[in-house]
Design a protein around this ligand. Sequence first.
Ligand code: DQA
Length: 140
Amino acid sequence: MKILCIHGPNLNMLGKRSKTHYGELTLDQIYESLIDTFEEVEFTFYQSNHEGEILDLIHASIDEDYDGLLINPGALCHQSIALRDALEILTIPKVEVHLSNINEREDFRKINYIKDVCQACFMGKKIESYHEAVQFFLHK
Ligand code: DQA
């Protein structure tokens, strides 16, 4: 199984961001945890702070042979209809992940433009949210 894993703005700063919301792990440690936990999965990891780059990545992935997209969009899910529209074009299963519970924080984080174009959303359990997302793909 091949899973494309995209991270949006500021997620390269994990480890320096709020540990209460996001935990202790850096993004590289999250990648390592996924690789170590799911040996049967081939992950391709990308992170970008630039919305356009993320849209380009999603567009390019349409012609590749990924079995699923795992995306932690960071704040883009609260503000980007363009991200929503790009995800809508991609027909493989898509799962949204958040380290924190975006529904139990500030009101502006309750706005989520991408939730209805993803098959599932796992949030609020830090690294465990990622593990649940990959399990979702494996059991599909
Ligand atoms: C986040 C939640 C977003 O609201 C925030 O902007 C992030 C991280 C999370 O993983 O909990 O950058 O996506």
